[in-house]
Design a protein around this ligand. Sequence first.
Ligand SMILES: [Zn+2]
Length: 324
Amino acid sequence: MALPKIDNLEITKVTEDILLVHQIKHPFFFSCCDGLLILPKKGRNYRTISLDLNIEPKYVNLLNKVYGPISDYVCSHGHLDHICHVHAWEELGAIIHAPFPEAHFLLDLHNFFLGFGFGGGLDYRTVEEFAKLNGYQQSKQVKAFTPGKTFQFDNFKIETISFQGHSKAHIGFLLPREQVFHISCLGFDKPNLETEGFGPWYGFKETSISQYLEDINKAEEIFLQRARFLTSSHSYIVENPDLSPFEYMRKKIKYNQEKVDNALNVSNCTQTSENNAVSHLLDMDLFFPKSRLEGVVYEIYRFWESWIIRKHIQRSKFFQTLGS
Ligand SMILES: [Zn+2]
């Protein structure tokens, strides 16, 4: 079947009946992510299934006209770019599934605020305004599942794979029979071959770089042994045995560590308290161009960057803490 032409959507076939969908222009920084549409196939799934395709409601409705009805929607984790517009799929009748413990972030933004520890530096209004800018609307009903659960929709099987380095709930999707592996937000985020993205993201207290490195190894093994195609939330399709996504993610983390190590040395912060080192390095705009940001966007990026810096300070061989 020919693919529909929808302005501002890029629709690519991963296999004959599995599509990767990408919204090209986004209304704000964290409002969208790419996801998969599993089209109906005789003897497999009778209705379309959507995997983590968080795009603006008008596009959800257009896709539904071509491929609906949608029986189920599975969310990969509770970050804004994965939960903002899920309500649109629910309004079309899809059953919404989301991983524990972030499933309830879709139901109420207060849960999102508390769950990700924003209270440790920001007030609720700041986060609320940022969420609104990204188009967040709550869903009404969400079925929570434990990361690692295997779903079966009719005869279609999906294994969820826990990748906790990014967030406690974060999962990838392995479609074993179709040999498609969607690693969600693990950190392969190159828009195309030539352009770099940010890479793995660990801007909350709960994230862990060492867990991240383990997750990347685990994902690489699964890809090599069990999948032919690799897809993700912010990049293009990669075919086995191309291991560039994993090399890219490891390289980014290593580069970030070097950036923090250098900054600790040049600012004479190798022997001080951790908080002092974090605040010094924050003023250097190492990761985000905060001097060009303002308002809630500045506040949020500063909060995220403080955790990214702190995680690397804690791993730095140049740093000797004098208290906290
Ligand atoms: Zn994420």
